[in-house]
Write a new protein. Structure first.
Length: 372
């Protein structure tokens, strides 16, 4: 069986789906007995991209095409499968997101669904963007032989909004790189860290209001670091942040080396998000030994288990929860150890192994049915 994987987001995007795609490609390229070839598309910097691709997949076969993303989105919906023409000899395609799924392919098709944000929070993404993503998700769910969901929560949401997906779903959790680990040479600071795109769905306003409700002694002692690029409608978040003055720093996107150090510098990781398909920063924080305070929503309980403090989505609960964790060193130590134990369940190697089993199952089945 020859597997075709569209690795484009692994070289063009850094977080979220990009991280998933990059690790999927890396593991598949190194897995014995797996015949994988790759397709990459980008607009410019072909020479630099070629170097990055070779570092990622070694000597595995790949095709690189220079094409704008919006053109590709349109082409992948055509009645003729351009992907099959560009990367020949493929028996099964794996699309790491809805936008990499060649809808007209005559090969078996596996696609990964990461979240249902366009359906649940269409107003937070913009109606036009959300409608396009909704339509694409529905088309992919109907066409695919198997759908990989990264959490049970995402699977439940998918069936709710796209009933045709029922019977096609397999759940494969994400993993975390070995570089995310405790660093003994990094000194702890009075930092509350949060990681994610600055946009309404990440719900940073809740964290800011909870911080302002903390006892003044804790407000003076601690500050908040926000790591992540600015996203859709970030102005509302930034406006509320002004009330914190220099108690909050927006640090933008940082590379993984710096991110690991930040996880290790902080004393607490805060994750007030309104919705997550999975929540990779939760794994990263646990792997670095950082106690977690998070909203009890969507996939978060699946990921953290009993290793985090899960709270209601209101400032009063958050202020009380933060105060408890920040003032109790013994509790932080217990949460740290629980997180380090929990995160051992999540590796990219395990993700890849489970994904290969799905390929084999789909290849051997005409229906592509599954347990859900």
């Amino acid at each position: 069986m020859k597997i075709g994987i569209d690795g484009t987001r692994g070289i063009n995007k850094k977080a979220g789906i990009g991280r998933y795609t990059r690790n999927l490609a890396y593991e598949m390229a190194r897995m014995d007995g797996t015949d994988a070839a790759f397709l990459f598309t980008a607009v410019r910097q072909k020479h630099a991209k070629d170097k990055e691709i070779k570092r990622l997949i070694g000597k595995r076969r790949y095709v690189f095409k220079s094409i704008p993303g919006e053109w590709k989105n349109a082409l992948w919906g055509w009645p003729i499968s351009i992907a099959d023409i560009w990367l020949r000899g493929v028996d099964l395609w794996h699309a790491p997101s809805i936008w990499e799924a060649p809808l007209s392919t005559r090969r078996k098709l596996v696609a990964t669904i990461h979240d249902l944000t366009p359906f649940l929070f269409s107003d937070l993404r913009g109606e036009k963007v959300s409608r396009n993503q909704q339509k694409r998700t529905i088309r992919v769910a109907k066409r695919a032989d198997r759908l990989i969901c990264i959490s049970q929560s995402t699977a439940d949401d998918l069936v709710k909004f796209v009933p045709e997906a029922k019977g096609k779903i397999s759940i494969v959790p994400l993993g975390v790189e070995d570089r995310f680990c405790p660093l003994p040479y990094v000194k702890k600071e009075k930092i509350i860290l949060t990681v994610g795109t600055v946009e309404p769905r990440k719900n940073l306003i809740l964290l800011f209001r909870a911080f302002l409700a903390l006892p003044m002694s804790l407000q003076k002692e601690y500050k908040i670091w926000v790591v992540g690029a600015r996203g859709w409608r970030e102005s509302s978040t930034l406006n509320v942040a002004e009330a914190l003055g220099d108690k909050v720093e927006f640090l933008g996107y940082v590379n993984d080396q710096k991110l690991v150090e930040m996880y290790n510098h902080a004393e607490v990781f805060a994750f007030p998000s309104l919705y997550e398909g999975f929540g990779l920063p939760l794994l990263e924080a646990m792997a670095c030994g950082l106690p977690i305070v998070a909203n009890k929503i969507s996939s978060v309980p699946e990921v953290v288990g009993d290793a985090a403090m899960l709270l209601r989505d209101d400032a009063e609960s958050w202020s009380a929860g933060l105060a408890r964790v920040l003032t109790d060193a013994n509790l932080r130590s217990k949460m740290r150890l629980a997180g380090l134990r929990r995160v051992k369940q999540f590796t990219w190697q395990k993700m890849a192994q489970e994904t290969v089993k799905i390929y084999q199952d789909v290849n051997n089945s005409s229906s592509g049915s599954s347990s859900l």
